[in-house]
Design a protein around this ligand. Structure first.
Ligand code: PLP
Length: 387
């Protein structure tokens, strides 16, 4: 909470407009459009909803292929599978853990409709290469920028580079609304239909603008918009978004500097941020040497009251992922990195002392690692995070 959330919710209540697209929603739209340069921003009730809108706008038909990483949250794939689409999973880069752009073109077939790059941890995918492939093969690019608010690639905001972009304001993200999201429409051609799809397939917005004298059902659609209570909460967060990001960046940098000696001594690997990317400190993760070492580390920290989590179980290894999707090429980086990644605590209220304590505990683990290997037997799913 930044301070004004409840005050704005009270204002929304007093305005007698609690359904969608009231004053607070309009403020959030304007903020997003100003920050990203998107032609239009539309609040949705989640990033999942924004991705589902993306799949509808892309006109995904049964059998259409959508290229994406397997190392991502289920919604990246689910949104397209719901339209009958087939996720084609491509391996990730070992440095950023983002889709390996050099593998994408070979995965394109006559059925390919779209590419969905996921900006992992708010660090950009190699978008110039991806947009070039998309242009040459006439594909749509729908950025899963769930974690990417206020991050940039070559000074361009994430979510604003593809034809469409999706943000998450889930409570695990930097800027939150409990559950919430937004669709950025960068290609103007999608704007009108996006409003219709978001409003249950009706031309309600044409009616409110006075273009028609009654509104009616004109297309497929669903109810993807947020109510004003959620938008009011989110507006309080947006007002502080830059300050929140600065605080997170300070914590991120503190971890990064303090963990450098442990990288040098081979205990772990730190995140790698390409020069062209400005990130938003969404996450601080470390890579351990192996699955076993990670399990021991989780246990070591948990015993000392530090809760750490990992993700993702690669989608191609999940029951639904193997049923609905297919793998293109080797998944070596995806499989091995997902076994070794550990997310460290990261939230705006952390101070330097907390970070130092966690770093000390990790260092301590580095020294005691042999001892632990002999003594600890931990369940395989300890610490699994859902998003
Ligand atoms: C990469 C990615 N895509 C999509 C989502 C879904 O976001 P939401 O919970 O807002 O639907 C998440 C959520 O964690 C995510 O990390």
């Amino acid at each position: 909470m930044t301070g004004r959330e409840l005050w704005y919710i009270a204002q929304a209540h007093a305005s007698n407009h609690l359904s969608g697209d009231g004053d607070f929603t309009r403020k959030c739209h304007a903020w997003l459009e100003a920050r990203t340069g998107a032609h239009k921003a539309l609040l949705t009730h989640s990033c999942t909803a924004a991705l589902e809108m993306g799949a509808l706008l892309a006109n995904i038909q049964p059998g259409d292929e959508v290229i994406m990483p397997s190392y991502t949250f289920v919604s990246t794939a689910n949104a397209f599978v719901m339209r009958g689409g087939v996720p084609v999973f491509v391996d990730i880069r070992p440095d950023t853990l983002n889709i390996d752009e050099t593998l994408i073109e070979a995965a394109v077939t006559t059925r390919t409709k779209a590419i969905v790059p996921v900006h992992y941890a708010g660090v950009a995918c190699e978008m110039d290469v991806i947009m070039d492939i998309a242009k040459r093969h006439r594909l749509l690019v729908i950025e899963d920028a769930a974690q990417g608010i206020l991050s940039t690639y070559k000074d361009r905001p994430l979510g604003s580079i593809g034809h469409l972009g999706a943000y998450s304001f889930h409570e695990t993200k930097n800027i939150i609304a409990g559950e919430g999201g937004a669709l950025l429409i960068n290609d103007e051609g999608f704007a009108d239909r996006a409003e219709i799809i978001r409003e249950k397939g009706t031309n309600r917005n044409h009616y409110f603008r006075g273009h028609v004298d009654k509104y009616t059902w004109v297309d497929v659609g669903s109810s993807y918009l947020t109510g004003e209570v959620v938008a009011a909460f989110l507006w309080a967060q947006m007002e502080e978004a830059e300050a929140i990001t600065e605080k997170r960046l300070a914590i991120w940098k503190h971890y990064h500097e303090a963990l450098q000696p442990l990288e040098v001594s081979g205990v772990l690997r730190r995140p790698i941020i390409p020069e062209d990317c400005r990130h938003n400190a969404h996450m601080y993760y470390i890579l351990l040497e192996s699955f076993e070492k990670r399990t021991e580390m989780i246990h070591h920290l948990k015993e000392r009251a530090v809760n750490t989590v990992f993700h993702y179980v690669p989608l191609h290894t999940s029951p639904a992922g193997s049923r609905h999707g297919r793998v293109f090429g080797s998944m070596y980086n995806t499989d091995t990195i997902s076994d070794r990644l550990l997310r460290l605590p990261m939230w705006v209220g952390m101070d330097g002392q907390m970070v130092n304590r966690i770093v000390d505990l990790i260092e301590n683990f580095g020294m005691k690692i042999q001892h632990f290997t002999q003594q600890v037997n931990i369940p395989e799913n300890a610490g699994n995070a859902s998003s």
